[in-house]
Every structure is written in C-alpha cells, then in structure tokens.
Design a protein around this ligand. Structure first.
Ligand SMILES: [Zn+2]
Length: 208
C-alpha cells in the first residue's frame, strides 16, 4: 500500500508514519531525513541539494523529486511505502503521480490551537537531532538527550510566531492537496487530536 501522510506541521505525521512503518513493514520516507542522508553520503543529488542549502536556499523540487524517485525504486518499497512531508504542493503531487500510484492519502487534522500547544512543547537535541516532547516523549533527564547526552533546545521554528507562519504557508500551499486527492478519491480524513497511540489506531482502522 502506497500511503501519503498529509497534515499541518505538528499534527504528528512523523509519529504516525513511524508506527505504520513498524506495523506494516513499509519504509517510512521522510523527505527531511532523505535529504540529510543524501548529503551525508555525498550522492550526486545530495551534493546538488547541499549547494542550495549552503546558500540558505530551498532545495529545488526537481532535486527532491528525483531523490524520491530513486528511493521508491529500492526493493523495500515493493509492497508499499509511507511518504511523510511530501508532496507539499499540487505541482509536486503531479510530478510524483507521474511515476508512482498512491493508494491512500491520510489527512490528519487538528485545530491550530492544539498545534501551537504541541509544537511549543517540542525539544530537539542540538547534537544528534533527536526529537522529544515534554508531554508525549519526555527525555529521561530534563533538558538532556537520552541517546547522546546532548543539550535539548527549542527550534526557532517551534516558537509561537513561527508556528503561525508555518500554518499560513500550509493553508496556502498544501491544503489545496486535500481537494486534489479528494477528486482522486484517495483521501482518508483522520482526527489527529488524540494521543499518538489513539491517532495511530484511527489511521489503521480507516485505511484497512
Ligand atoms: Zn542527541
């Protein structure tokens, strides 16, 4: 089953994708991780992406799409995959649709209020990038990463003003995808306001 997870920042896409990946043994493809891996392994596409990132620019769509295309051709994607964080625009969705077929597009939705609250409690390790949450995934020792003992901090992106900005961008660029996939009869709407376990159970029920 080929699945896309849609939803605003902070809705818990990554957590749900991770759990789905475990349950169904489909790879969880998060575009951020994929980019970092390609850069770390110095692949041709990774180097091209790095060129843009070093200049503080966004990585162009065609580079990311080429990476996804390569990734989806790997053997572990044969039975299905979970795309998390991509596509974000209709143009990207069109391009992905030109080389792969989706089975379900899960639209996780929650109120803006809850998103601001959730993201505001997120912490990230300054050393290894592991993500924690003061409510759902607390570090064993306050302010310290379980994995590498690095210091935890709040990303600038997760401060209230930045979150409101990110939500606006989401509404403008990504929300039209809901209608786009609705027209293709692929959308599955799931309430994302519960705990990660509750949301995961709902998703499993609705895609089965
Ligand atoms: Zn760490």
């Amino acid at each position: 089953m080929n699945i896309i997870l849609l939803g605003p920042p902070g809705v818990g896409k990554g957590t749900v994708a991770g759990k789905l990946s475990e349950k169904f043994s489909f790879p969880h493809i998060a575009t951020g991780d994929m980019l970092r891996e390609n850069v770390a392994q110095k692949t041709e596409l990774g180097m091209e992406a790095k060129n843009h990132m070093d200049k503080g620019l966004l990585v162009p769509d065609d580079v990311v799409i080429e990476m996804i295309k390569e990734r989806l051709q790997k053997k572990d994607c044969e039975k299905g995959f979970i795309l998390d964080g991509f596509p974000r625009t209709i143009n990207q969705a069109d391009q992905i649709g030109s080389f792969t077929k989706m089975d379900k597009v899960v639209n996780l939705h929650v109120s803006d209020e809850l998103i601001i609250k959730r993201l505001g409690r997120r912490r990230i390790c300054s050393e290894c990038g592991s993500i924690y949450h003061l409510e759902y995934m607390k570090p064993k020792k306050e302010g310290i990463c379980d994995k590498c003992s690095g210091k935890l901090h709040q990303r600038k992106d997760d401060k209230p003003d930045a979150i409101i900005n990110r939500l606006e961008v989401y509404r403008k660029e990504t929300e039209p995808l809901i209608k786009y996939y609705q027209d293709k009869k692929l959308i599955v709407n799931v309430d994302g306001s519960g705990t990660p376990e509750e949301v995961f159970e709902l998703v499993v029920e609705d895609i089965s």
